[in-house]
Design a protein around this ligand. Sequence first.
Ligand code: XMP
Length: 308
Amino acid sequence: MLNPLEFIKESIEKIKNQIGDEKAIIALSGGVDSSVCSVLVKKAIGDNLVAVFVNHGLLREGEVEEVCNTFEDRLNFIYVDASDEFLGALSGIEDPEEKRKIIGKVFIDVFEREAAKIQAKFLVQGTIAPDWIETEGKIKSHHNLALPGGMVLELVEPVRELYKDEVREIGLELNLPESLVYRQPFPGPGLAVRVIGKLSKEKLEICRKADAIVRQEIIKNKIDKELWQYFAVLTDTKVTGVKGDQRDFGYLVVLRMVASVDAMTAHVPELPWSVIRDISKRITSEVSEVTHVSLSISDKPPSTIEFA
Ligand code: XMP
């Protein structure tokens, strides 16, 4: 059993010993893992930790503002808008693992630039147990595990042995806001793995709008805490619809809502039908490019949580 107070005390000591008086850098995504790591390391080394928030153009609606507002005053914080660089590198790429690799590589490029400016010697990462267990099992490559090519930064991974529920306990103990502690996990490659096929600004925006509706309805109906993740996937399938008295040919969006403890397995719980219907109605009426919404009912295994 994890004792949060003891864990925090011991980690601060370990971090102090590892980093000393050097500077460290962390990629802060606003998710619970990197937020907990940022606050832990800040407690250990103060402003020698620089938290860099990279906008890769694959974030959800409202996310940039939310992360900046939460951390600007709490941490030694830098915001980098690298969205054009990422979207340029991803242009024409369909394969999800290829997308992950490119995103990982561009991330490192952006990071090396920031680390060089700061003269950081250490890289803090919010790696948690399932990240490296799955990578070692070669199921998927998680870019936040990749050892940066040629990078001379030493890794600091304060929550490497923990599972998500344990990281959340630590977050509460560190007085992080509940909305952040219970925020659903969002993959490093972001919407790149939720827009199936080639990416474009237009498709990302469609996915973003549909996803915002899913989040709003799930939170409004107070079922967010029952779910591990809830999101919209924009498929590259086009289906016929009818809008007004006009035939339309638009996108198929899939709703993916799963319950899980640690993402190693997941199941699709029974959800109120009225909520699913309202989400579907809102998406097809508010997102003009979408003609059809369907619901994923596959557990993990055999499916993975993400579609790509
Ligand atoms: P899957 O789709 O493998 O996802 O069942 C398990 C958990 O991991 C997240 N995920 C990722 N996280 N980089 C990440 O940082 C990735 O490439 C990645 N792929 C999946 C997913 O959202 C779920 O919580």
